[in-house]
Design a protein around this ligand. Structure first.
Ligand code: AHR
Length: 495
């Protein structure tokens, strides 16, 4: 099978925002407790943060982390999670039917972000929460002092404001599973009043409205239109969420990257429709703040316990290929998608997996994220791809998914590719107007068993290995992409 890809330095999609490489962590299962926070663990620092996990988050070069949920958010009272730990209440978490003892809360999260070197992105409860509670939280976090909540923050050990810039107005409020789910009209009104209060307290914040929590939602895309008609002038982003997993057909699963692109194009069009209707000049950006592979059909009931083993998906090479295609789609829409958070970061549908009191491993999805996050910052290029296609429930899809980013400062080009096909691909890559190109490296993920996974016993079963030889002639690169494989080709250029 042959594939030809053309790209030109002057044909850019846009600048890839650093926040495209974000993540998400929720009070859910072992994401926080025994994930990022485990006092008494041999690697825990004085705050109880697992430094072995932080090291891996630094390897992933995660830029921004969304917290505290997720479905958990819609029943969460943020005041339960501040002050002396022994005085914090233990509550029922209705979203995941578990016990929450609030040993980790807003201040711990901010301290953790500073230690891990990531930007915090907080969410306010618009389920059981009132607009006033959101105002109180932003006063606690961002107001300098001299008021009830800002002085409480000082009393609890944080004299300086947390300065949190990014705020989500609720979580998946279109979902009937959400605690105190609303219809689009009611959400639009409640979010608008909340946004006003929050901005009166801190005008510098960036606000994210809840968009559709999946393209399969019956209210999609009407939800997005109605919500934006209420909030267009008051928010900076609309959110999108999307998870894929293999149901029956492998090809449908591989086609996820195409469906994700269709989903983005629809939301983009919906934003632009409302923009035109409002005669606005503002371009609404997208925060794709939950995305991943998630086997939603394999959930065990948790029971009323703290930090149970739930949503602990173990990812295969096949899952990593789908994950990589989704990452390419995000990069290829970087002119509109400014924030993206893979969900979630540790233990719960995550690339990092821990043992309580013990080891930590990288899952298969860890590697493509680390490559994109470390080498995919710069300008994304438009690609013209001539590739055979396969049929799927989402229509015809190219066997090869690609994204190309060049970094002017480093004079580097990074090419991210996935071959979903059962055959090798003879790849020809024409990178026009880059002058002289030399290869830095070609790495790939390929395994004769696409179900291969890492485990504590065999943590390096799935890693990146050297890819095939790359021939470079002028600006034309040729190489082989093995069947069902992920690739990153990095080059240096000299004009
Ligand atoms: O990430 C797991 C869950 O997926 C989140 O709690 C929710 O927002 C989404 O449905």
């Amino acid at each position: 099978m042959k594939t030809r890809i053309f790209a030109d330095k002057n044909m850019q999609i846009g600048r890839v925002n650093d926040h495209l490489f974000g993540s998400f962590i929720e009070h859910l299962g072992r994401a926080i407790y025994t994930g990022i926070y485990e006092p008494g663990h041999p690697c825990a620092d004085k705050n109880g943060f697992r430094t072995d996990v932080i090291e891996l988050i630094k390897e992933l070069n995660v830029s921004i982390v969304r917290y505290p949920g997720g479905n958990f958010l819609s029943g969460y009272d943020w005041e339960d999670g501040i002050g002396p730990k022994e005085e914090r209440p233990t509550r029922l978490d209705l979203a995941w039917q578990t016990i929450e003892d609030n040993r980790f809360g807003t201040d711990e999260f901010i301290d953790w972000c500073r230690t891990a070197g990531v930007e915090p992105m907080l969410a306010v409860n618009l389920g059981t929460g009132r607009p006033k509670d959101a105002g109180n939280l932003i006063e606690y976090c961002n107001f300098p002092g001299g008021t009830h909540y800002s002085d409480l923050r000082k009393k609890y050990g944080h004299p300086e404001p947390h300065g949190v810039k990014y705020w989500c107005l609720g979580n998946e409020m279109d979902g009937p599973w959400q605690i105190c789910h609303l219809d689009a009209e009611d959400y639009g009104k409640k979010a608008l009043e909340t946004a006003k209060i929050m901005r009166w307290i801190d005008p510098e914040i960036k606000l994210i409205a809840c968009g559709s929590s999946g393209a399969e939602m019956p209210t999609y895309p009407e939800w997005d239109r109605i919500v934006l008609e209420h909030l267009y002038d008051h928010v900076d982003y609309i959110s999108m969420h999307r998870y894929y997993w293999q149901q029956d057909d492998l090809h449908d699963f591989f086609a996820s990257y195409k469906d994700m692109d269709d989903f983005i194009q629809t939301i983009r069009a919906t934003c632009d429709y409302v923009k035109a209707k409002k005669r606005s000049r503002k371009v609404m950006k997208i925060s794709f703040d939950e995305w991943n592979v998630w086997y939603q059909n394999k959930q065990e009931p948790a029971g009323w316990v703290k930090a149970p083993h739930i949503l602990e998906d173990i990812y295969s090479v096949k899952d990593a290929l789908v994950f990589s295609g989704m990452l390419n789609t995000l990069i290829n829409n970087c002119d509109r998608v400014e924030i993206a958070c893979f969900a979630q970061m540790v233990n719960v549908i995550a690339p990092i997996f821990t043992e309580k009191g013990g080891r930590v491993i990288r899952q298969a999805t860890f590697y493509p994220f680390a490559e994109a996050s470390n080498h995919g910052r710069g300008h994304a290029l438009k690609t013209i791809t001539e590739s055979p296609t396969f049929a799927s429930k989402y229509g015809e899809v190219k066997w090869v998914s690609d994204a190309i980013v060049y970094n002017e400062e480093k004079q580097e080009i990074a090419v991210f590719l996935v071959n979903y096909g059962p055959e090798s691909v003879d790849l020809q890559l024409e990178l026009r107007s880059f002058g002289k190109i030399e290869l830095i490296e070609h790495k790939m993920m390929q395994d004769d068993d696409i179900e291969a996974k890492n485990s504590f016993e065999n943590p390096d079963r799935v890693v990146l290995k050297p890819g095939a030889i790359v021939d470079i002639n002028d600006c034309i690169l040729t190489t082989i992409l093995e069947p069902r494989s992920y690739h990153v080709l990095r080059c240096r250029y000299k004009l």
